[in-house]
Design a protein around this ligand. Structure first.
Ligand code: PMP
Length: 288
C-alpha cells in the first residue's frame, strides 16, 4: 500500500514521521475520515471544510490549498487502485522541540492513508447494537471543543475501552451535565413520537457529516428533525435509536444499559433512513 506523506507517495513501511512531531508528542494535529464509494468520495467538500475548521481552531496554519489537499487525497486513492474504502487525512503540527509551544514547529506534515474499512459486522445492521453508557464524560467544549477533530482522541479512546469492558462495541458518552453528547466515534439519533432528535455541538457532539446527511434524509422522508437535549432516559424510552458515522454509516441500536429500545429490533424508520443513505452514497459524491 502506498501512503501519501508530505508530497510523496511512499510504501507503507517507509511512511514514517519524526518522534519530535508534536502530533506524536502532544496529539497536536487534526484528522478526517472519509469514504470512497464506487470511485466517488462522499461529501468531500464538507470533509475538507471541517478539516480547515479544525485547523483554524487549533491555529494550525495549513500551507496547502484546499485543491492541493484534495489532489493528495485523490492521488492516494488512485495510486492504490481503491474504488471503495476509507481515507484517513491527517495534518500534524510537525517537528519541533520538546516544549509545548506549537510556534517551534515550522512545517506541518500532511498524511493520507487510503485503505479498506472494517465496518461493524453486517449482523449488527440486521439485529442492532446493544450499547452502554460509559463513566468517562465527553470533553467540556470549554476545555477542548469536541467539534475539533484533533489527534488528541483520548477522551474517545477511554470511552471505547470502557465500552469494551462492558462487552459493547459502542457507548453513549454523557457531557459533564449528564446529558447525552454522542458515542465514542458516532453521533446518536432517537425517534420519539414521530420526531428525530440528536444532541447539538454545545452538548458535546461532533458535527458529523453523516449526521448532516440524516437531516437531508429526514426532510426527504418528511420526518421532523431537530437538535435537542437528550438524557439516557430519553434513549431508553425512545421508539428507535440509531448511530451515524463515516465508518459506521447508519447502524441501529436496540438496547442501552440493559433496557430494550422500542420493539428491541431495528425500527422501520431506521430501515428507510439506511436505504436512502445507501442510495445517496452511490449517487452523490466527487469522482476521484
Ligand atoms: N463523533 C465522533 C467523536 C467521531 O469521531 C465521528 C467520526 N468518526 C463522528 C461522531 C461521526 O462523524 P462523521 O459522520 O463526520 O464521520
Amino acid at each position: 500500500m502506498k501512503v501519501y506523506l508530505d508530497g510523496q507517495l511512499v510504501e507503507q513501511e517507509d511512511a514514517k514521521v519524526s518522534v519530535f512531531d508534536h502530533g506524536l508528542l502532544y496529539g497536536d494535529g487534526i484528522f478526517e475520515g472519509l469514504r470512497l464509494y464506487g470511485g466517488n468520495i462522499f461529501r468531500f467538500e464538507e470533509h475538507l471544510e471541517r478539516f480547515e475548521f479544525s485547523a483554524k481552531a487549533l491555529m494550525l496554519n495549513l500551507p496547502w490549498t484546499r485543491q492541493e489537499i484534495s489532489d493528495a487525497v485523490c492521488e492516494t486513492c488512485r495510486a492504490n487502485g481503491l474504488v471503495d474504502g476509507y481515507i484517513r487525512l491527517v495534518a500534524t503540527r510537525g517537528v519541533g522541540d520538546l516544549g509545548l509551544s506549537p510556534w517551534n514547529c515550522p512545517k506541518p506534515s500532511l498524511i493520507v492513508i487510503a485503505d479498506k474499512i472494517a465496518l461493524y459486522p453486517e449482523e449488527y445492521y440486521e439485529k442492532g447494537l446493544k450499547i452502554v453508557t460509559v463513566p468517562t464524560r465527553r470533553m467540556n467544549p470549554a476545555a477542548l471543543n469536541p467539534a475539533i477533530k484533533s489527534l488528541n482522541y483520548l477522551n474517545n479512546v477511554m470511552g471505547k475501552i470502557e465500552a469494551q469492558q462492558f462487552g459493547a462495541l459502542e457507548a453513549i458518552m454523557l457531557n459533564d451535565q449528564g446529558l447525552v453528547a454522542e458515542c465514542t466515534g458516532d453521533n446518536v439519533f432517537v425517534l420519539q413520537k414521530g420526531q428525530l432528535y440528536t444532541p447539538s455541538a454545545q452538548q458535546g457532539a461532533l458535527k458529523g457529516i453523516t449526521r448532516d446527511s440524516i437531516f437531508d434524509i429526514a426532510e426527504e422522508l418528511g420526518v421532523p428533525i431537530s437538535e435537542h437535549e437528550l438524557t439516557r432516559y430519553d434513549i431508553w424510552n425512545a421508539e428507535e435509536c440509531f448511530l451515524t458515522g463515516t465508518g459506521a454509516e447508519v447502524i441501529p441500536v436496540v438496547a442501552l444499559d440493559g433496557r430494550e429500545i422500542g420493539s428491541g429490533r431495528p425500527g422501520t424508520l431506521f430501515k428507510r433512513v439506511r436505504e436512502s443513505f445507501q442510495r445517496r452514497v452511490r449517487t452523490e459524491g466527487t469522482r476521484i
